[in-house]
Design a protein around this ligand. Structure first.
Ligand code: PMT
Length: 220
């Protein structure tokens, strides 16, 4: 990018899957690689924005405009986000946040029992970070993702209203080349009172570039 069109814009991006510990060596997680969020962060920084990246994965960064906060769990992600949210203009919530966490974290590695075949983990609901942070919205433009395997647009629209966000970038994570842990994605951009806009399958970097150009043109 030749022109730093996002100079002066402060952006938060969350990336990666949260890791909810069961014991010191095991966790409940998901297949998010962090690629989608990191592309959003890198492109925004290239376009001149200051980026705070709150992430569970810790590589691929290529800009001095990015401050990284490392987290593991949904609760840590929420606490870090709450601290930086008031100073920022845009939030991109690309992280795959676990909806549940183990009720108890064992301080020692859980042992298997020679006489026991069945084990039970009790799960506790995690906070809905996006829904909670949207209640604290002032000037911020808040973008959520929706990871769906069916009824992409209706389900994503429901999230737009229920989580009270300004935009949802919906991806059908059951489609080949789309969603978790691949370099490409197919996005449908959803806003209130606007027709959904489906972009063709493209690299996550190209999606990030298209998103930030859209932001510069229509939102900023
Ligand atoms: O990381 P990659 O491998 O590149 O994969 C990218 C991706 C598929 C993870 C990404 O494109 C994506 O869809 N991210 C959102 C995944 C998700 O958690 O979707 P959801 O539909 O369950 O949640 C909707 C929104 O609420 C998301 O913005 C999510 O960050 C947020 N959320 C969800 C649950 C929760 N407890 N708190 C939240 O804030």
């Amino acid at each position: 990018f030749t022109k730093p069109v996002l100079a002066g814009v402060n952006v938060i991006v969350t990336a990666g899957g949260t890791k909810e510990a069961l014991d010191p060596v095991r966790f409940i997680g998901n297949n998010s690689s962090g690629k989608m969020g990191i592309a959003m962060a890198n492109v925004a920084a290239d376009m001149g924005a200051h980026v705070t990246l709150i992430s569970t994965v810790h590589d691929y960064l290529n800009s001095p405009n990015i401050d990284e906060i490392q987290v593991n769990t949904a609760v840590e992600m929420k606490e870090s986000l709450e601290k930086v949210f008031p100073k920022n203009d845009v939030l991109i919530m690309a992280a795959a946040v676990s909806d549940f966490r183990p009720m108890h974290k064992s301080t020692q590695k859980i042992k298997k029992d020679a006489d026991k075949d069945l084990y039970t983990i009790q799960l506790q609901k995690n906070p809905d970070i996006l829904k909670e942070i949207s209640k604290k919205k002032d000037k911020q433009f808040v973008v959520g993702f929706a990871a769906e395997t069916e009824n992409l647009i209706p389900y994503a629209k429901k999230k737009l209203y229920e989580k009270n966000v300004d935009m949802i970038l919906a991806n059908d994570v059951s489609k080949a080349g789309s969603g978790f842990n691949v370099d490409t994605n197919e996005i449908t951009l959803i806003r209130r009172d606007k027709e959904p806009e489906t972009w063709p399958l493209m690299s996550k970097n190209d999606i990030a570039a298209k998103f930030w150009e859209y932001y510069d043109e229509h939102i900023k």
